[in-house]
Design a protein around this ligand. Structure first.
Ligand code: RUB
Length: 319
């Protein structure tokens, strides 16, 4: 192992994020922060503070390169690296590890707090519709159940990777009766639904919600059917670079997720595209629910300025 090569825990975490064994914006942020703590603890720096800093930045770059859309990943790296202070390796190590612990604690608390806010939007007897698997969205539904409300769920399977199956299982475990549907049946079932609850990978300064592909179509249909739709998203999903006009990169994934090679060969010469996320314009979203309360999507920029006014530097960049 060369001095600045990431420790195994960082390489394994990066691999698990890239292959989606670790997935979902909040879970990715949690894993990335913990990986930086492992780099701080397990790296061999030989009392060289500069070697420590260079290695931490290299580890952050390895993690950053895994998936492009969920801003929780760079936001987590930024949080920890900004607190990488100290003159000795021992001080640096202590500060990075305690920054990671504070970050992970904040994630948990934010999810609990936004769950209460989201739950207040749900009424006893409501049926909710979900898309993909979002721990922030689930926190709202589970908090409503804990408040004593009786909630049922219509769960979209969410092709191509069927994250809806995870949602179905977790809601069932929380005591919520679940009806699983194929994605194409969503509009039909919106007539039986009181609220749509989705998560977010990133939220842009204009209030656009970037989430699993299919969210925007669901939001348009929900508006047409008169069903309210909320995004549950802790503030780590706010994308600071969009404050200065940058757009959010939408991850394109392998075509094998959509169609197996044999079937594709039998069809003949076609193009297959597999975008993982899409953008829901703010006018189709009723509320963004965060740990600081709920916001109309168009006003989220005020919270973004308050929390990310310092901008979006890249503390992992070389040297
Ligand atoms: C997951 C997805 C989730 C958000 C929010 O996509 O779109 O809705 O990440 O999740 P993928 P959470 O499966 O491709 O990672 O609320 O858990 O952060």
């Amino acid at each position: 192992m060369t001095d600045h090569e990431p420790v195994p825990a960082v390489r394994e975490t990066a691999e698990a994020i890239a292959t989606m064994e670790i997935r979902g914006a909040a879970t990715i942020a949690d894993a990335a922060a913990r990986a930086l703590a492992a780099q701080a603890r397990e790296g061999d720096y030989d009392d060289d503070a500069e070697a420590f800093r260079v290695s931490l930045r290299a580890a952050a770059r390895t993690l950053h390169e895994t998936r492009p859309t969920a801003v929780s990943l760079p936001n987590a790296l930024r949080y920890v690296l900004r607190r990488m202070e100290g003159r000795t390796v021992e001080e640096l190590r202590r500060n990075v590890v305690s920054a990671t612990e504070a970050f992970v604690d904040q994630l948990d608390r934010a999810q609990e707090d936004l769950g209460q806010v989201g739950a207040n939007r749900l009424a006893d007897g409501d049926t909710v519709m979900t898309h993909c698997h979002s721990t922030d969205a689930l926190a709202c539904i589970e908090a409503a159940v804990q408040q004593g409300k009786s909630i049922e769920a219509v769960v979209k399977e969410t092709r191509p990777r069927n994250q809806g199956h995870i949602t179905a299982e977790q809601l069932r475990e929380a005591g919520v009766p679940v009806t699983l549907i194929v994605d194409s049946a969503a509009r039909r079932y919106l007539d039986d639904v009181d609220h749509v609850v989705v998560g977010a990978d990133s939220i842009a300064a204009d209030g656009g919600v970037i989430n699993k592909v299919g969210t925007s179509g669901l939001a348009v249909n929900a508006r047409e059917r008169g069903v309210p739709i909320m995004t549950a998203a802790q503030t780590i999903k706010l994308h600071p670079e969009t404050l200065t006009g940058h757009t959010v990169e939408i991850e394109m994934r392998a075509e094998e997720e959509v169609i197996d090679p044999g079937t594709r060969a039998a069809i003949g010469e076609i193009t297959v595209e597999n975008p993982a996320f899409d953008v829901t314009p703010p006018r189709y979203m009723d509320a963004i629910v965060t740990e600081h309360g709920q916001f109309p999507p168009e006003s989220i920029v005020t919270l973004m300025r308050e929390l990310f006014g310092e901008g979006a530097d890249e503390p992992w960049a070389e040297p």
